[in-house]
Design a protein around this ligand. Structure first.
Ligand code: ADP
Length: 509
């Protein structure tokens, strides 16, 4: 298996492992918070049950104390006891076996009209509702009911006194239950909130739970006393745990960022690998291109050298022509080798430039001389215009010549069809501009940004038998930038190409 396939498989495995870990991490954190919530809700339920048992047994204890005190033979004693000791009981009614109130068998803490109302209510409705006929001896029964919209709680018991059967019915003081007993049980400082609601959901006692989610509220009904009411408990902490808890959110953020880091890291590695592969491809392309470029002039030199050596010339003029060809090709070879050597030095980070005060006009003249032969060979004309205003500059004359020659060489290589090349040396404000313009095929807009990259060759060129190494323009750019300037291209397919290399003129120049 080739290396990239391995690498991709490995990366897929890393992504899968990271994804799996993230998924399990997330699930674990979710399960944990679900469990945590269940524990909190269980604790709340237990506490609520305890409170209900406490309240109900207090009420039942109070009822039983009254039941015990009832002495059928001496009912009057009950009044004092009720008034002083049993605040939870509002009224006591003694009924005979035909469910009628016995004489002096009605005690109440009520005042005024409400005494009559209670009597009436008992006789007309409550006694019928109690279900006394089914009651067993000494077994407490209770009735929590609403009459005319008001709540009542009655407890009752069946007793025997000698031959006679009687019933004791107690009316609980619900006002006392709510304002005192509930208060005692629920107003304690605790992280929980308590509320008692009736069957319609109306709050009888306690806090408003508005804003708390229903799932975080535990609800338990009373069973032995006010069984139409329910106790509701909420814990804001548990509310926070419903939905997505804050810890779970933090976990999610952590897991998410870890995944992102892994993915970004892997993409970086992939990109690096791709770049490395592309660079390797470019390098081998470069080597084959350079070798080919070296080979062409070398084979020309060797061919004409051999002819001269063997005396295969018809005239001395022809011999001179062959020698000139050899000279020209050797210059081309030298330039190519210069290019490659300089490029290699720049790549290694060696400072290749030697700056000295010099005249740009001389640099241009030298470049024109050196490229004249090639221009001629390609049947092209070079039109040169030099601005006499151009000042002396601190520069590396050799490097600048190499840059101009590269631009002119490119014009010959790629734009020979345009027949003409313009070379301008100009001064524009604080810049010296060297412009090389051809009338060739031009460069596609989307490739103009990349032609200055090392090894880059335009698509159109790669398909043609025009050889090149892809380092010429990157050298031009490096040289221009080393002089504090830059190089720009202006081109379009079919519109020719203009390169402008500029160098800043130092203050006072
Ligand atoms: P090389 O010429 O060795 O390929 P360069 O760095 O000198 O490398 O040029 C990079 C690419 O820019 C060339 O391959 C070519 O596609 C494009 N190019 C450069 N000069 C011209 C030009 N005058 N006309 C058209 N295309 C050009």
């Amino acid at each position: 298996m080739s290396r990239p396939v391995w690498v991709y498989l490995l990366m897929a495995a890393v992504v899968a492992a990271a994804g799996g870990l993230a998924y399990y991490g997330y699930r674990y954190s979710r399960e944990l918070s679900v469990r945590e919530r269940a524990v909190i809700l269980d604790t709340m339920r237990e506490l609520a049950e305890e409170k209900i048992i406490g309240i109900e047994s207090e009420l039942i204890k109070s009822d039983n104390a009254v039941f015990r005190r009832v002495d059928f033979a001496n009912l009057l004693k009950l009044n004092d006891f009720l008034g002083t000791e049993r605040p939870a009981v509002e009224s006591v009614v003694i009924l005979d076996d035909s469910f009628a109130v016995v004489p002096s068998g009605f005690f109440t803490k009520r005042r005024g009209d409400s005494i009559g109302e209670l009597r009436k209510l008992l006789q007309e409705r409550v006694i019928g509702d109690l279900g006394l006929e089914r009651l067993e001896f000494e077994r407490r029964g209770h009735l929590h009911a609403y009459y005319d919209g008001r709540p009542y709680l009655f407890s009752y018991i069946k007793r025997a006194a000698g031959e006679r059967v009687y019933y004791v019915v107690l009316e609980a003081d619900l006002g006392y239950l709510v304002s005192t007993i509930f208060q005692q049980y629920f107003a304690v400082r605790s992280p929980r909130l308590y509320q008692v609601v009736d069957s319609a959901g109306e709050v009888v006692y306690g806090f408003d739970f508005a804003g708390l989610p229903e799932e975080s509220v535990v609800e338990i009904p009373f069973s032995e006393t006010v069984d139409r009411w329910r106790l509701r408990v909420a814990q804001p902490e548990a509310a926070a745990l419903t939905g997505r808890s804050s810890r779970q959110k933090v976990d999610l953020v952590f897991i998410g960022s870890a995944l992102i880091v892994i993915l970004v890291g892997l993409s970086g590695v992939l990109l690096g690998l791709q770049r490395e592969r592309r660079a390797n491809e470019l390098k081998s392309e470069f080597i084959s291109n350079v070798s080919h470029e070296l080979k062409t002039p070398l084979s020309i030199i060797s061919m004409f050298g051999e002819m001269l050596a063997l005396g295969r010339t018809r005239s001395s003029a022809q011999a001179t022509e062959y020698a000139e060809i050899i000279w020209r090709e050797s210059l081309r070879l030298a330039r190519l080798i210069d290019n490659v050597l300089d490029f290699a030095k720049i790549e290694r980070g060696v400072d290749v430039y030697e700056f000295a005060e010099g005249d740009p006009v001389e640099v241009v003249d030298r470049s024109v001389t050196l490229s004249a032969q090639r221009m001629q060979g390609a049947d092209m004309t070079l039109d040169v215009e030099v601005d006499p205003e151009v000042p002396m500059l601190s520069m590396d004359a050799g490097a600048l010549t190499l840059a101009i020659l590269n631009l002119l060489d490119n014009a010959v290589k790629y734009a020979a069809a345009g027949r003409r090349v313009e070379l301008r040396l100009q001064r524009r404000d604080r810049r010296v501009i060297i412009m090389v313009r051809d009338f060739g095929p031009g460069i596609a807009a989307e490739e103009q940004g990349r032609i200055f990259d090392r090894f880059y060759r335009a698509r159109a060129v790669r398909l043609q038998p025009i050889r090149g190494s892809g380092i010429g323009l990157s050298l031009v750019k490096h040289i221009a930038q080393a002089h504090g300037g830059d190089v720009e291209v202006e081109s379009g397919l079919g519109r020719g190409t203009t390169f402008r290399m500029w160098i800043p003129i130092p203050a006072g120049g």
